[in-house]
Design a protein around this ligand. Structure first.
Ligand code: FAD
Length: 379
């Protein structure tokens, strides 16, 4: 049994904890928040992410919606430039559907799966300040230090573990601000395709509106981006101004504007980019998810890549003899794919006119080959 410490009880950290706990390992997750809270808005889980989460038994479908199609439309004329069937078609093609849900409902499902594992413990109010990669010892702001056989930095975009191993990062503001809102579907009577994932491509690459159903279709999530020359904070939880949002898109097609008219409250966040990291591991410490490859939201892969990392890392720790070899195998299996998606997300042209998305969606983290170092692989 390997003793594993995970910094961060987010999407990737909890997925890794459950996968490792199910394999019989002893896992402690350290989370800075005092408890789980209903924060954020949407999570868009493409089939590759759903496949990873199905493998740990996360109960997603009670609260999720299944978008019927992925539709691209032109901002002013409303012309449809592409339409890809999802739902049952995605299930047949990839073995899992696309699911869209409130982030808090996903966190609830992951928390339930984690507390059901007898060898997994979650400590709240444990803010990691640094790690020693040689001894795999974590230090905390207000908590006794803790050691493990391996430390996983799943502590998100501002990762303290990444900073301790590789120094502070220097993200670039993209000049793009994103607005997020959740609108009751009953306010949007007459707006077509509410059951679909729809992207309104704007007059320039940075201006767009994306919508998809949440809460089994009772709500519609609205995500809109716009160019902005200055911004200071990188946050998921900063309030924005709904009237400012409506004014920015006043030239859009009436069906797109109707979606914004339904917004009472919005969150606003600046979008930052980082280049792919040259390495994720040092000594007995490694990173996963946003800690090592934060990405723009335009391919909807932030959560999906964290889930894929978590499953592949758990398989490596479980099947590759020796922690250094396990972490090297993990990086070799994951770095090229995540870098390609990080760069693709920045380009913001994913599935604009054509293409199937197969290379992203058909990836199964439970069966993808791990390389020669793995001696066995759980199903
Ligand atoms: C509050 C919040 C709201 C979000 N809202 C949305 C949203 O509405 N839509 C969307 O698409 N994505 C949202 N995201 C981002 C999305 O969840 C992630 O991009 C993605 O799931 C990657 O997962 P991750 O596990 O790598 O990181 P995250 O899911 O971000 O998890 C990181 C975890 O680490 C914890 N943590 C951070 N620093 C420390 C520390 N020093 N010590 C201990 N714990 C630490 C955080 O509290 C968090 O629980 C949100 C993230 C957060 C943290």
């Amino acid at each position: 049994m390997t003793h594993i410490a995970i910094a961060g009880a987010g999407i990737g950290g909890l997925t890794a904890a459950v996968a490792l706990g199910r394999a019989g390992h002893d896992v402690t997750v350290y989370e800075q928040a005092p408890e789980f809270a209903r924060v954020g808005a949407d999570i868009n889980l493409t089939p590759n992410a759903v496949c990873g989460l199905d493998g740990i038994g996360a109960a997603l479908r009670e609260s999720a919606a299944q978008p019927t199609h992925r539709i691209s439309r032109t901002w002013d004329t409303g012309e449809e430039t592409s339409r890809i069937a999802l739902s049952e078609t995605a299930l047949d093609r990839y073995g899992a559907p696309q699911l869209t849900m409130h982030r808090a409902d996903l966190m609830t499902a992951l928390e339930s799966a984690a507390v059901a594992e007898p060898t997994v413990a979650i400590e709240f109010g444990a803010k990691v300040t640094t790690v020693d990669p040689t001894t795999a010892t974590i230090e905390f702001a207000d908590h006794a230090a803790a050691s493990a056989d391996v430390v996983i930095g799943a502590d998100g975009i501002h990762s303290a573990i990444r900073t301790a191993c590789f120094g502070p990062d220097d993200p670039d503001f993209t000049g793009v601000v994103a607005y997020r809102a959740v609108v009751p579907a009953e306010r949007l009577a007459g707006v077509p395709n509410l059951g679909a994932f729809t992207k309104w491509w704007g007059p320039d690459p940075d201006t767009q509106i994306v919508t998809f159903p949440l809460n089994r279709g009772r709500d519609i999530f609205v995500f809109a981006t716009t160019p902005r020359s200055t911004w200071t904070a990188e946050s998921w939880t900063m309030p924005g101004d709904p009237d400012e949002l409506r004014a920015l898109y006043r030239e859009f097609h009436p069906e797109a504007r109707a979606l914004l008219d339904g917004c009472d409250t919005v969150l606003a966040s600046a979008l930052y980019v980082r280049d792919p990291l040259p390495a994720w591991s040092m000594g007995a410490v490694t990173l996963l998810g946003d800690a090592c490859h934060p990405m723009m939201p335009f391919m909807a892969q932030g959560a999906g890549q964290a889930v894929e990392d978590a499953v592949v890392l758990a398989r490596c720790i479980d099947t590759v003899p020796g922690i250094p070899a396990a972490l090297a195998t993990y990086e070799a299996a994951r770095r090229e794919r995540t870098a390609r998606i990080q760069v693709g997300s920045r380009n913001n042209n994913w599935l604009k006119d054509s293409g199937s998305g197969d290379w992203v969606y058909e990836y199964n983290p439970w069966t993808v080959p791990l390389g020669d170092a793995a001696v066995a692989s759980p199903a």
